[in-house]
Design a protein around this ligand. Sequence first.
Ligand SMILES: [Zn+2]
Length: 198
Amino acid sequence: MQERIEQFKKMAEADPQNEMGHFSLGKAYFDDGQFDNAIASLTRTLELNPTYSKAYQLLGDAQAKAGNKDAALATLTKGFEVADERGDRMPRDAMAKTISELGGTPPASKHGGTAQATLAEGTDFNCSRCGRPSAKMAERPFKGALGELVWANVCQVCWREWIGVGTKVINEMGLQLADPRAQQIYDDHLKEFLQLPE
Ligand SMILES: [Zn+2]
């Protein structure tokens, strides 16, 4: 765990404008029970990208774990609205659940549970990263189950963006993709960046 934290710290420092480095570091701190550090990294993530649904979710959880219920409720309420607007239903519903568990009342959804039903003509899904109604890319971006998941959820623009970011991840973290552990780290970043459904 400490090794993971050090790796993500290096990445966040090497590319301080990249929200993903801060998010991954925040998640590693969270998993390690370092909630104050997690809060700092996730707050930075949201400064860089205020529409990162999963960062609100994790920040709210970290604030709750750190004993700051009021901050958690404020974060999760804001996060719910962002996720609802983007059509990120899984983080949205998870935040609603946590708000209730903390004794709050989740805001009403403006978009219901039916984001998929309002798809524009000629589109296949709302992209998991940018939320835009999108058509599938002409071909699967790569083989395997993860490639299939990307193909079913991610638009061409976001996929291209990931290729740039993914290259940085490989270089900054010195990943050798022949090593299964390095491949796992790369895949984890890909899933986070593209906000793929679990
Ligand atoms: Zn997209």
